[in-house]
Write a protein that binds this ligand. Structure first.
Ligand SMILES: N[C@@H](CCC(=O)N[C@@H](CS)C(=O)NCC(=O)O)C(=O)O
Length: 292
């Protein structure tokens, strides 16, 4: 392995400002708001403030699945939080998520508005509120929770570890890419072995565990995360994961969920804000003529 530049950590770490790389401008070691700005409030019970990243997509897929199932109480307004511009540090956003990360949601159908942050917590909140996409028997529910929390613990290795060092870091450091590639491939193998004789992650039903895992590992094996990574990680060899991911990808609600708050891709797939089901037909970026 090639030597990367040597670094001796000082006794006390100090913030020296930007380190370069994508997101360098917004990363800082201090929590809290950087500017005053209230969040908009739309007409629906559920108000989502998010971005079409894997963590954001988990929630928009769940909301579209609930609506497809006929739960009209899951109607929602989705507002775009541009994390590259620091929208997650507005006073309004910090009020609903002190951790300044998308996704965050407010439920106005409760006696006083309920804020929910962390994508796993939002999935669980919605599943319990509507009694959907979560197994009802104890064993099935426990298995579903295990996989949901597996995803919440594992994805930072994929996004914060592999994705960061493979795609975003200002220099390619072999040690870091090697370490996180090994871990991500181990995780893919965990999924592949589990899905070898199962249609879905838990209790033989499509659940919030599938939605959470699909958003990261499903999209990874479908070649949608980190350019070049599908070949680099040889994702095709995880045949059971690819089968499972492709089946979920074919769902109409999943297609719609992936469009909401998406600032990338072809213009007809980008619905920056969603306030009504008809927006998918009339408000995509190709129709409203704004640049992405
Ligand atoms: N554990 C959190 C992670 C959320 C997260 O990392 N969100 C990223 C985008 S995928 C974000 O908002 N980053 C902005 C920042 O780091 O300032 C969740 O699952 O909700």
């Amino acid at each position: 392995m090639a030597n990367s530049s040597e670094y001796t950590p000082p006794k006390v770490w100090k913030w020296i400002g930007e380190h370069g790389g994508e997101f360098a401008k917004i990363n800082r070691p201090i929590a809290g708001a950087t500017h005053d700005k209230e969040l908009a409030v739309g007409k629906h019970p559920l108000q989502l403030h998010s971005l079409g990243t894997p963590n954001g997509v988990k929630v928009t897929v769940m909301l579209e699945e609930l609506l497809a199932l006929g739960h009209s109480g899951a109607e929602y307004d989705a507002y775009l939080i541009n994390i590259g511009e620091g929208d997650q540090f507005s006073s309004g956003f910090v009020e609903i998520n002190p951790n300044s990360k998308i996704p965050a949601m407010v439920d106005h159908s409760t006696p006083s508005p309920t804020r929910i942050f962390e994508s796993g917590a939002i999935l669980l909140y919605l599943a319990e509120k509507f009694g959907a996409f979560i197994p009802t028997d104890g064993t099935g529910r426990t298995e579903c929770m295990s996989w949901l929390f597996w995803q919440m613990g594992s994805a930072p290795y994929l996004g914060g570890g592999f994705g960061h060092f493979y795609a975003y870091a200002p220099t390619k450091i072999e040690y870091c890419i090697d370490r996180f590639s090994m871990e991500v491939k181990r995780q893919l193998d965990v999924l592949d072995k589990h899905l070898a004789d199962k249609t879905y992650m838990a209790a033989d039903m499509y659940s919030i565990a599938d939605m959470a895992i699909w958003a990261w590992y499903g999209q990874l094996v479908l070649g949608r995360l980190y350019e070049g990574s599908a070949e680099f990680l040889d994702v095709k060899s995880y045949t059971h994961v690819v089968r499972w991911a492709s089946e979920i990808d074919a769902r109409e609600a999943v297609k719609r969920g992936c469009m909401v708050n998406s600032p990338r891709g072809e213009l007809h797939t980008q619905l920056h804000e969603r306030h009504d089901a008809s927006d998918f037909d009339t408000k995509t970026q190709d129709k409203i003529g704004e640049k992405s």
